[in-house]
Design a protein around this ligand. Structure first.
Ligand code: ZN
Length: 276
């Protein structure tokens, strides 16, 4: 947890008071319409499992609120090309550029690993390290949590002290997070706030579908596949959207396990935001 300076602490304390009676707006998710399922009769089991890899994330949440407590919902759909570069997209833009994290703050992450599959002890840390290296941002796992994911996740919570809630990475199930129903194996998104006229990410959330990823882990190269899901979802947390190139890790459908050139450039831009 960073403590922030006095001015920021004062802001958090004000937020604490002002948000006491304000409901955090329900985040808006947009789901990609699903094509009708093809019959799977006769399809080899491994092919079915690989097919799950093809869909890394379909929905996301993102909302903005002002420090005055007047909340507004900003719907963001993954895959929408708000700001595009060569081989990458961002999901939200402002007149000043794509919405990003402050480039000089440590992004803190907590992990709810109560449902972590056996054999997946390293994938979250490894995936985060990969995203940190490619973006140049400092991203640190600061501890474990029993916080449950929510598409109405509050960005400041007393359990985390007077600070923005860290990014939550949670192993969970489609029963607990209906966004993971069907072939979706993970969801990720950043949560932004507008302060002093600058919208920036201050928190985020990644949910990982334990039952499906557990089966994916059993595949040859399973750990790399699951790590790729973590990288993809964390890239969403940093603001990246989907791209059409099926070889890119940020493709909505595709089986890439490593960052492509466009992915790397997108992450570099994501990490090159203003120091706030
Ligand atoms: Zn995605």
């Amino acid at each position: 947890m960073h403590t922030g300076d006095a001015e920021e602490q004062e802001l958090f304390e004000r937020l604490e008071r002002e948000f006491a009676d304000v409901k955090v707006p329900r985040a808006v998710r947009r789901r990609r319409p699903r094509p009708p399922r093809r019959p799977r009769e006769g399809m080899p089991r491994t092919k079915r499992l690989v097919a799950w890899v093809l869909v890394l994330g379909l929905g996301a949440w993102s909302f903005s609120h002002t420090p005055t407590g007047r909340s507004l919902v900003a719907a963001v759909g993954w895959g929408r090309t708000a700001v595009a570069g060569d081989g990458y997209t961002f999901t939200a833009e402002t007149p000043g550029g794509p919405v990003r994290w402050s480039s000089c703050r440590t992004i803190e992450v907590v992990v709810n690993d109560a449902l972590r599959p056996v054999g997946a002890a390293d994938v979250v840390g490894d995936g985060i390290a990969e995203v940190a290296a490619a973006s140049g941002l400092t991203i640190e796992v600061v501890g474990a949590t029993d916080e449950q994911p929510s598409d109405r996740r509050a960005v400041e919570q007393s359990r985390y002290g007077v600070s923005w809630a860290p990014v939550l990475v949670a192993w969970t199930t489609p029963e607990a997070d209906p966004g993971l129903a069907g072939d979706t194996v993970g969801l990720g998104g950043g949560i932004s706030v507008a302060l002093d006229g600058v919208t920036r990410y201050v928190s985020g959330q990644v949910t990982l579908d334990t039952p499906q990823l557990e089966e994916m882990l059993a595949l040859p190269d399973g750990e790399a596949l699951v790590r790729a899901v973590v990288v993809h979802e964390m890239a969403h947390v940093l603001g990246l959207g989907h791209v059409d190139d099926p070889a890119a890790l940020m493709a909505e459908t595709g089986g890439a396990t490593s960052l492509g050139e466009g992915d790397r450039e997108g992450l570099r831009v994501a990490g090159d935001g203003p120091c706030l």
